[in-house]
Write a new protein. Structure first.
Length: 265
């Protein structure tokens, strides 16, 4: 294969998978690891990919930009609802359930409003409002207790910072559903907001079981601050758009990976 064709194949793989490993590219292209590394260096110089440890990723994934709640809530709504339905099946009567902030956990909250009576601990203003007002049909069960922790408000309507973190250190949760900005093989589960990462880490520490809920577009995105490594999650729930490589990497680290909406990869 000529270098130009090889370079295009690498770019195509990165655009398709978001993150690719040098070893996988070498095997697919039938060349040495050193050749792939040199190719990635040249492609990075041209701004077509971004080199990371052991591989390459899409260039320009913003590590500090945090989209607002309204923008994110209109994206991948079908995938988020499918993830939410799967996640809701893990919740049982009497549980103490943590719900981190985000549009996927918000979709989950919409399912739980009509679910079993539980105690919900959240740093999301939107999620607290859902339980307060019930579902859109007005038929929500109001037996659940909702604890909204305080703190500084972020663009995604999360309450974060030392007040939130201090509150979480006093609690013990049966189950945490954590939404994330990105999932990266090197950085783990990430967010662009430093204070939100700190608060989410406190959520993780307070919980007996951690379930990350994240659609496939989160793969290969790297926020500035790491919340937790892959190995700190008990389960990840994602959708069928998650690539084979992503599934393999997650399955090597988490106890269980749940894929909703079919098995195509």
């Amino acid at each position: 294969m000529l270098p130009a064709a090889r370079h295009q194949a690498i770019v195509d793989a990165v655009q398709r998978e978001r993150v690719v490993r040098v070893s996988d590219l070498a095997q697919q292209l039938g060349v040495s690891l050193m050749t792939v590394r040199r190719d990635i260096e040249l492609l990075e110089e041209g701004g077509r990919v971004e080199r990371i440890h052991g591989g390459a990723k899409l260039p320009g994934d913003a590590s500090t930009h945090e989209p607002g709640f309204e923008q994110k809530s209109t994206q991948l709504t079908a995938e988020k609802r499918a993830i939410a339905l799967e996640a809701a099946s893990l919740v049982h009567e009497g549980m103490a359930v943590g719900l981190g902030a985000g549009t996927t956990t918000w979709a989950l909250a919409k399912e739980l409003v009509n679910g079993p009576t539980i105690t919900v601990v959240t740093n999301s203003i939107r999620i607290a409002d859902l339980f307060h007002h019930g579902s859109s049909s007005g038929a929500g069960r109001h037996g659940s207790t909702v604890i909204l922790i305080g703190g500084e408000r972020t663009p995604s309507d999360a309450l974060v910072g030392p007040i939130a973190t201090a509150a979480l250190k006093q609690l013990h949760l049966d189950l945490l559903f954590l939404g994330v900005h990105g999932m990266d093989p090197d950085a783990g589960f990430t967010t662009p907001n430093l204070l939100e990462a700190e608060t989410d880490r406190a959520f993780v520490a307070a919980s007996r079981k951690v379930v990350v809920v994240a659609d496939h577009t989160k793969w290969g995105t790297q926020g500035m601050s790491t919340i937790a490594g892959f190995e700190e999650a008990d389960e990840v729930i994602s959708d069928a758009g998650l690539s084979r490589d992503a599934r393999r990497l997650l399955q090597e680290s988490v106890s269980r990976l749940r894929i909703v909406g079919g098995e195509a990869a």
